[in-house]
Design a protein around this ligand. Structure first.
Ligand code: ADP
Ligand code: MG
Length: 703
């Protein structure tokens, strides 16, 4: 055991945070920067120069040699280009380290190599990264040494967003403005700002790096494309919250330390449902910081896994038949003076502001269920949503007993007069203390669940940026708040108007509330009767981005222009098609070069055995039957392989866009499944020694 870790000392050590700024910046500069951070005031270049200089000096003390504008293009991962601090050599042949305000504020990566979906064709290739001073800069230590990372937004020459962050910041402004309007109506004159608070729970798998290297599918696609179920799966539920094995515990310790150093509040860690699956959750933060931190979490998990001889899989469905990974996006609204707009208090029926907020959210989610669903779509999540392990593809809201009861009172009598109480938890054991019980149980099957003082959007994919879902949440709720404020600001009698509005919203949007089992077939039928959308796949969800309803809303709140939405839809279709194409090609490659040859060899050894046993005069029934079975499946595999090749070449030849993406989903994916079936059957029959790669059992039980 080494030195004990001093958490309070290391936390935030590598962050250019408020304490560091206050210590290092001249008073006036510090004040100006705070104004920019808190009120969005523009920063002049002279001030930026001073900040840049101090930031550089601080970073160099931490060992930094380079800086990077760290941004989030539409590739799903973050991007960065490193510049060293050195300036042109002096006449003495030596160099100085320099970093100007201009370099801090603005970068110019070539935008033409990042997805821009149409925007690239019509606009210039030039792109800019702009410093997001509301998310602190930090120094990252890795094999490259130490690098000063500056969180930035990424835009085109004409100001179109080319990233995840710009619309997120815009949506945060929208929800801030509308929330303040709403608070003022209720007599709040003190709160200055409302920010969405976000806490994402990150699920992931760990596998042994050597075994990972033996699987082309994991290398190229992040998931297994073949693989029979091991004799034991997750049926015993013995992994969930189970004791963390030493190898994993050592990994988690290093992850925590590295995260704490850069100011990420890694809080909880535990084993998840599937063998080899784990979870990490930070303490919630302002939405844009939470998004940045979640990217840092994902990168840190990957980097530290490598340092421990493992690979971290962030794919939504690395193993068929075993639970996949998601990311629960916890969301609430917090004022600068610490009030949570989603806190119902002990007696929600009396908390009229809360009831308005709640019914507005119901209205928002019901009206834009398709957009919310779209925000959680990616190729990996297609395997998860609606597969009895994650919420169905249908959006509904879980309110729990207490709030549902309040809602029913509102709808039936027009006013709510009481709230169900939590009471005491009776364990039946005298030595255990009586615990205060929540007024509401939990529901793991709901995609959008109220959990005490926040909503938990449980559909998000494990690999995805959480920016998209939060952009949608912020904007749809801003729209609902704005419409409510329009009515209430114009009302002669505020109390009556408020009462009527809450009753109206509760009644009109009751259909989105569902407290039952979201995994059941009855719910699918019931949801259809209620007219709720069931967008089963990513390609079916993408059109939600460009409906008139979506365009009108995003344009009204200046979050996206129509062109930006169209470009995003285009990028999504393209990235879907590319992802499936890589998977199909990987399957073709593995089947042609690994499975067919291995099985051919195996049939030869079986045939030799049959001859030898026959010559020896013994019974060859079993050997002959096996040979026939294996040969039969080999034939099926070969046929399915040829079929996949043919359909894949058709798909590649199509023009990029919606139709091609749909072709991949409806034609190529089934052909992939058809190839997988005989291969998985063969894996169960063929001698383990003859099988060309590690099995599911090897991967998930032997980490
Ligand atoms: P679980 O939902 O598994 O019980 P927690 O209640 O601890 O877990 O919360 C999960 C995540 O939700 C954490 O990241 C936590 O910080 C975050 N969270 C808690 N309260 C809020 C809130 N008011 N707004 C947003 N996120 C929150
Ligand atoms: Mg949770």
């Amino acid at each position: 055991m080494g030195e004990p870790m001093k958490v309070t000392e290391i936390f935030g050590e590598d962050v250019f945070n408020d304490t560091v700024m206050q210590e290092r910046l001249p008073k006036k500069v510090y004040k100006d920067l705070k104004k920019t951070i808190e009120e969005g005031k523009e920063l002049d270049l002279a001030t930026a120069d001073v900040i840049a200089h101090e930031m550089k000096e601080w970073a160099i003390e931490k060992g930094a040699t380079h800086y990077t504008h760290w941004f989030q293009p539409l590739t799903g991962v973050t991007a960065e280009k490193h510049d060293s601090f050195i300036s042109a050599p002096l006449s003495s042949g030596k160099v100085l380290m320099s970093f100007s305000g201009k370099e801090l504020i603005k970068g110019e990566p070539d935008a033409s190599s990042f997805p821009s979906g149409g925007l690239r064709a019509t606009f210039e290739a030039r792109g800019y990264t702009a410093w997001d001073c509301t998310s602190p800069a930090f120094v990252r230590h890795d094999a490259a040494g130490a690098t000063l990372c500056i969180p930035t937004a990424f835009c085109s020459y004409t100001g179109e967003a080319l990233d995840q962050k710009t619309p997120l910041l815009r949506s945060m402004e929208a929800i801030n403005e509308q929330s303040i309007r709403l608070l003022r109506l209720f007599g709040n004159t003190t709160s200055k700002k409302v920010t969405p608070s976000v806490g994402p729970e990150q699920e992931y798998f760990l596998v042994d790096a050597k075994k990972f290297q033996e699987r082309k599918d994991l290398i190229y696609t992040g998931r297994t494309l073949f693989g029979a179920m091991p004799p034991k799966g997750q049926e015993l539920d013995d992994h969930y919250f189970g004791t963390i094995r030493q190898r994993i515990a050592g990994f988690m310790k290093d992850v925590n330390e590295q995260l704490w150093r850069v100011g990420v509040t890694a809080k909880t860690q535990h084993n998840e449902v599937a063998p080899a699956q784990h979870e990490l959750a930070p303490i919630y933060a302002e939405a844009n910081v939470a998004v940045d931190h979640n990217h840092i979490v994902m990168q840190t998990l990957k980097r530290v896994a490598c340092q421990h001889g493992m690979k971290c899989l962030l794919h939504e469905k690395p193993f068929a038949g075993v639970n996949g990974s998601g990311k629960h996006n916890n969301w609430s609204l917090t004022t600068d003076d610490g009030k949570n707009l989603l806190d119902p208090g002990k007696t929600p029926h009396e908390n009229i502001q809360f009831l308005l907020v709640l019914t507005c959210i119901l209205k928002a989610v019901d009206t834009h269920a398709d957009l919310l669903r779209e925000s959680a779509s990616d190729p990996g999540n297609d395997h998860r949503l609606g597969a009895n392990e994650a919420p169905p593809a249908i959006i509904s809201v879980f309110l729990g007993e207490q709030l549902e009861d309040v809602m029913e009172q509102l709808i039936s009598t027009g006013s709510a007069t009481h709230s169900i109480k939590g009471g005491k938890l009776q364990t039946g054991v005298r030595t255990l203390p009586d615990l205060a019980k929540d007024a509401t149980d939990r529901n793991r099957t709901s995609p959008f669940a109220f959990t005490g003082n926040k909503f938990e959007f449980r559909m998000v994919g494990s690999r995805d940026s959480i920016a998209g879902p939060n952009v949608v949440l912020n904007t749809i709720v801003a729209e609902a708040f704005s419409e409510a404020c329009d009515v209430l600001e114009a009302a002669d009698d505020f109390d009556t108007a408020l009462h009527d509005l809450i009753k109206k919203y509760a009644g009109e949007h009751q259909r989105i509330v569902f407290n039952g089992n979201g995994y059941s077939d009855e719910w699918i039928e019931e949801a259809e009767r209620r007219g709720l959308p069931n967008l089963r796949s990513m390609v079916e969800a993408i059109p939600a981005l460009t409906t008139d309803k979506a365009v009108a809303m995003f344009e009204k709140f200046k979050v996206f222009t129509r062109a930006e939405l169209q470009s995003r839809a285009e990028i999504k279709y393209e990235s879907y098609a590319k992802a499936i194409n890589i998977e199909a090609r990987t399957m073709i490659d593995m089947a042609s070069k690994q499975f067919v040859p291995a099985v051919v060899k195996y049939t030869k050894s079986l045939a030799d055995t049959v001859i030898a046993v026959k010559e020896a005069g013994a019974d060859v029934t079993v050997q002959s039957e096996m040979l026939a079975e294996v040969s039969g499946l080999l034939g099926e595999m070969k046929k399915a392989l040829e079929a996949l090749k043919e359909i894949e070449s058709k798909a590649v030849a199509m023009e990029e866009g919606a139709e091609q993406a749909r072709f991949y989903h409806f034609q190529v994916v089934p052909a992939m499944e058809a190839l997988r079936a005989p291969v998985d059957k063969l894996e169960m029959i063929v001698d383990k020694e003859a099988w060309p790669m590690p099995s599911y059992g090897d991967l998930i039980f032997e980490v």
